[in-house]
Design a binder for this molecule. Structure first.
Ligand SMILES: [Zn+2]
Length: 378
């Protein structure tokens, strides 16, 4: 069979077009993210994150332990199975497609530099990139430091597109709303300026929940407020501060501490999957997970943290996104919680240290596509 010259030209042209289409479809991922979502879990221990439930914390004796519902839900015979059942999204997706820092079993360490090991100093260190001795209480004092959220909000392209939601009424002071102009409510209600029926419903529901802790609402309404914000307001930078892990731990409720970690993981999954279903976020969004401090390492002090509990210095963090190589649980690397701030900016291709020179550098190896030596200067 022979084709005419014109026919052969048409076939060659079609092949060329097809090749272009295939090449375009296989384009490499963008070198940096366009959006970043930061989710923090207050006082979530590295022990459970990397090892799942601890048997001796489940009850006072063996009968109490094996009879508990938390044992039925979260106890498995291997550490890998225990952590996977506690935080299935983190271990099936974040740890395989992203990076997790702070696993002592892999020779790694993540720690605070503020020496105080409680919340406000922890969040300030995490988001401003530096430990500030002036931030030495949980009092409602506006943060003298500029957080990466405030700094990003000052850049063209981000202004008015940074959102925060938190299960703690100190959050507006941590991000210094007066100076930064960031929209940050105190959790009462979860959506400060509701615009949709769903946001009004979230606020109504929240008002009907029991006020278990002073100044700290339950996580659920905060989670739903953040999801609704993502759905309708499309922020480029979103910080969601979850608090129940810390509150239940202080109350000595290991079962509910585990349950809140499980629900936080499910929330992270929901947010991530929702982002991947939206054109503005799919494939262009980075995720950062972190905690503001650890807790005690023993049966006697796991509930506590702060200056008298040195084990609370140990933290963890995790990163996933289009710029981040899938290195999984990082081995033999020591990092600090102060590195989270510059990490949030670096994932977006921004150099936080151009604005705040005292800030710690980004976590190592989180942006392979972007040479760490040459971030965009501003
Ligand atoms: Zn805390």
């Amino acid at each position: 069979m022979s084709y005419s010259f014109a026919m052969r030209k048409l076939i060659l042209f079609s092949i060329a077009v097809l090749a272009l289409v295939v090449a375009a479809g296989a384009a490499p991922p963008p070198p940096v993210a366009a959006n970043v979502i930061v989710i923090t879990m207050d006082g979530m221990r590295w022990q459970e994150l990397f090892g799942g439930a601890e048997r001796t914390l489940l009850g006072k004796d063996e009968r109490d332990i094996t009879g508990s519902s938390a044992y039925g839900r979260f106890w498995k015979n291997t550490q890998e199975a225990r952590r996977a059942v506690l935080m299935p999204f983190l271990w099936s997706v974040v740890a395989t497609q992203g990076q997790v820092f702070g696993d002592p079993a892999r020779g790694s360490r993540s720690h605070l530099t503020n020496g105080l090991w409680f919340s406000y100093p922890g969040y300030s260190e995490m988001l401003a990139g530096v430990a500030d001795p002036r931030v030495d209480s949980n009092d409602k004092i506006p943060n003298p430091n500029v957080t990466v959220l405030e700094w990003l909000n000052g850049l063209p392209g981000y202004h008015g597109r940074v959102a925060t939601f938190g299960a703690w009424d100190v959050l507006p002071y941590i991000v210094n709303t007066k100076r930064s102009g960031l929209p940050a409510g105190d959790g009462y209600p979860p959506v400060p300026e509701p615009q949709t029926d769903r946001e009004r419903a979230i606020n109504d529901l929240s008002d009907d929940l029991p006020p278990i802790w002073e100044g700290a609402p339950l996580d659920a309404p905060i989670m739903h407020a953040a999801i609704e914000c993502l759905r309708t307001r499309r922020p480029r930078v979103l910080w969601v501060m979850l608090g129940e892990t810390d509150e239940w731990a202080h109350d000595g409720r290991y079962d509910l501490y585990l349950d809140s970690a499980f629900r936080a993981d499910r929330f992270i999954k929901r947010v991530w999957e929702m982002a991947q279903s939206m054109p503005e976020y799919a494939g262009t969004t980075a995720l950062v997970l972190a905690t503001d401090h650890g807790r005690g390492a023993t049966n006697a002090d796991w509930t506590d943290h702060g200056r008298k509990v040195p084990a609370a210095e140990q933290t963890w963090s995790a990163v996933m996104g289009p710029a981040t190589p899938a290195l999984g649980v990082r081995e033999s690397v020591t990092v600090t919680t102060a590195q989270v701030a510059a990490t949030v900016a670096a994932l977006l291709g921004e150099d936080f240290r151009a604005g705040v020179p005292s800030a710690a550098p980004p976590l190592p190896g989180i942006t392979a596509a972007l040479p760490s030596a040459a971030p965009r200067q501003r």
